[in-house]
Each structure stands twice: as structure tokens, then as C-alpha cells.
Design a binder for this molecule. Structure first.
Ligand code: ZN
Length: 138
């Protein structure tokens, strides 16, 4: 196991804009505030989403687009550097009636979304990991 000891920095509550992408808006904010490492969580509702899972055998993401309004029941993730730029790794649980969708978030169109983001002081970078085919913390 590898670990990074970091301190909490600035804390933000974000109200994302209607009709725009969650990831797109997060990345914009991270650049604007010069945040390189963070953790985040959120709730709200989306108009559509593209989520997926990582196929460990084939070493690639399998994506799924869900083109309907859903509750954003839970969003959780982190921010670290990939190729020197802030990179968001986010997972979500989405729901509607008795349907639940969950997975790695590629992006989703916001209906309403509230994010709690805590900056972490210190640098954590990702690089390609041969064993998993993923970009992991190094
Ligand atoms: Zn993921």
C-alpha cells in the first residue's frame, strides 16, 4: 500500500449550472481556483448521464448512456494530477422510481447539482499502471 499524507485546504460548496456537464464545470472550477488535489461529494438531479464500468479482462471502460432525468443520489470522487492537469475521478449512483444506475461517471447534464469540495494541500499524480491498464496514483 502507498499513502499520501495531505492537509485540508479551502472548502467550497458549488451550485452547478443547469444544462451543462458536471465534469466540464468541475474542471473549469479547478483551473480557476488552481486546485490540483481534492475530494468531493454531491447530490442533485441530472437530465442524462454517461456512466460505465471498467472491464478488467479487456482493460477498457464499457460505457452506457442513460437518456432520461434521474436523481443524483450520490456523487463521490477525487481530484489529482494527470499529465500535469487536474483530473476528476468520479463515481455516481443515479435513480428513478425503482431503477438504480451506478458506476464511473464520464459526464452528466445537470438539472440541479450541489457539490461539496475540499481542496487538499499537496500534490498527487496519476500515471499509467501496466498491471491494471489504469492511470493510478504514483
Ligand atoms: Zn472510476
Amino acid at each position: 500500500m502507498k499513502f499520501f499524507e495531505l492537509k485540508n485546504g479551502r472548502t467550497f460548496l458549488l451550485k452547478l449550472e443547469y444544462g451543462r456537464g458536471i465534469i466540464e464545470q468541475l474542471v473549469e472550477f479547478l483551473f480557476a481556483k488552481k486546485i490540483e488535489t481534492a475530494y468531493l461529494s454531491g447530490i442533485g438531479a441530472v437530465k442524462m448521464a454517461e456512466i460505465g464500468y471498467y472491464d478488467q479482462e479487456r482493460k477498457e471502460y464499457v460505457k452506457r448512456k442513460i437518456e432520461e432525468p434521474m436523481e443524483l443520489l450520490s456523487l463521490t470522487g477525487n481530484v489529482s494530477l494527470r499529465d500535469g492537469k487536474p483530473f476528476c475521478h468520479v463515481h455516481v449512483v443515479l435513480g428513478k422510481d425503482s431503477m438504480i444506475y451506478a458506476g464511473h461517471l464520464f459526464d452528466a447534464e445537470v438539472f440541479a447539482c450541489e457539490i461539496y469540495l475540499v481542496e487538499l494541500e499537496g500534490k498527487v499524480s496519476r500515471s499509467y499502471d501496466e498491471q491494471t491498464g489504469l492511470y493510478l496514483w504514483t
